[in-house]
Ligand binder design. Structure first.
Ligand SMILES: NC(=O)c1ccc[n+]([C@@H]2O[C@H](COP(=O)([O-])OP(=O)(O)OC[C@H]3O[C@@H](n4cnc5c(N)ncnc54)[C@H](OP(=O)(O)O)[C@@H]3O)[C@@H](O)[C@H]2O)c1
Length: 313
């Protein structure tokens, strides 16, 4: 097997890999499986380099996808990164901040900030209240969002309609408007990343989810229009649409009823929040001229909003 020179040098004892089998067998077995470590290292360090020195704001970082995204950014660029973690549960954010620093060290500075994105006044004053060293934001991950209930019209509670729209739509738009002026001050019309977490629900509306689906369709329209509005800049506008992910999402949908939430995932293997976090960091870590505009991510047993294969139990 031919290896690049760097990999050969690094693995002086490479021939040891062949010890348990004959040379010709080893070629057959290892050739398709083996990725020279030098190549994988180069790719991941390129991402770390691109993220180095950046300030990342994540909404909804106290749980699920947002929490995992915070860890994933920190693990990918542990030498020099600033993370602003926001959500309503400040104690949880403080614990996450401490856990991140304990894991990756002091190269990552983490600032937990209590923020209810559904409150326009809080969003308006958010940037101005940040310590100076966290204000030069490069990446905004608009992740905060929720679903309430499975009610169908005309039985949908007004309170649920309002909380879903105020959080998923108005909150995301207000956050974007609060941070865009920072991006637009940069050369070439501006630079920075807006990563919006949408959903398969925004593409395929389903009965019992009309309001949530409408909010995620609104996210999709806003995201696509914004990308077009910012065409003359270096600002990247990207959307990530997960399918089924096991987080607190269903517990919130069923107003805290854990048994009902667990039933959603029975007989399935849902995505984990880490699966989505890896994609968030992947899109943020591309070369500046590469825009992963749109991503739809399913677990293997899912092919649509209502197309889920469940193993019989
Ligand atoms: N799980 C799925 O199957 C799935 C599928 C597709 C899309 N998504 C989307 O993924 C995103 C993250 O959800 P998740 O699955 O990770 O659920 P999760 O575990 O319930 O996390 C939701 C996060 O949003 C925050 N949040 C809710 N309301 C907020 C508000 N008014 N202000 C600030 N933060 C708020 C929560 O924090 P606090 O409660 O501390 O404020 C929490 O950190 C959402 O936009 C969701 O729609 C999820």
């Amino acid at each position: 097997m031919l290896l690049p020179a760097a990999a050969r040098l690094r693995y002086k004892s490479f021939s040891q890999l062949f010890k348990t089998s004959t040379k010709s067998n080893a070629r057959l077995i290892l050739a398709p499986l083996f990725t020279p470590p030098s190549i994988t290292r180069t790719m991941s360090s390129a991402v770390a380099k691109r993220l180095e020195g950046k300030t990342v704001v994540i909404t909804g970082a106290s749980s699920g996808i947002g929490r995992s995204t915070a860890f994933e950014f920190a693990r990918t660029a542990p030498k020099n990164l600033k993370l602003v973690l926001t959500a309503r549960r400040i104690d949880t954010l403080k614990q996450i901040a401490a856990d991140i620093v304990a894991e990756v060290g002091e190269g990552v500075k983490v600032l937990p900030v209590q923020l209810d994105v559904s409150n326009p006044e809080e969003v308006k004053t958010f940037v101005g209240k940040l310590p100076e060293e966290f204000r030069d934001i490069n990446v905004l991950v608009n992740n905060a969002g929720l679903v309430k209930g499975l009610a169908r019209a005309p039985e949908i509670a007004e309170e649920d309609i309002n909380i879903m729209f105020n959080t998923n739509v108005t909150g995301l738009i207000n956050m974007t408007q609060a941070i865009l002026p920072i991006f637009k001050k940069r050369p070439e019309g501006g630079a920075g990343d807006i990563i919006n977490v949408g959903s398969i629900a925004g593409r395929e509306p389903y009965p019992g989810g009309s309001i949530y689906c409408a909010t995620k369709a609104a996210v999709r329209s806003f995201t696509d229009a914004l990308r077009k509005e910012l065409i003359a800049t270096r600002i990247r506008v990207m959307e990530i649409d997960p399918g089924q992910v096991e987080t607190e999402f269903s517990v919130v949908r069923f107003y805290g009823d854990k048994a009902k939430a667990d039933a959603v995932y029975a007989g399935c293997e849902p995505l984990t929040p880490d699966d989505i976090a890896e994609v968030v960091v992947f899109v943020a870590g591309r070369r500046e001229n590469v825009v992963i505009a749109d991503t739809l991510i399913f677990p293997s047993h899912q092919a649509g909003a209502g197309i889920l294969h469940k193993k019989s139990t």
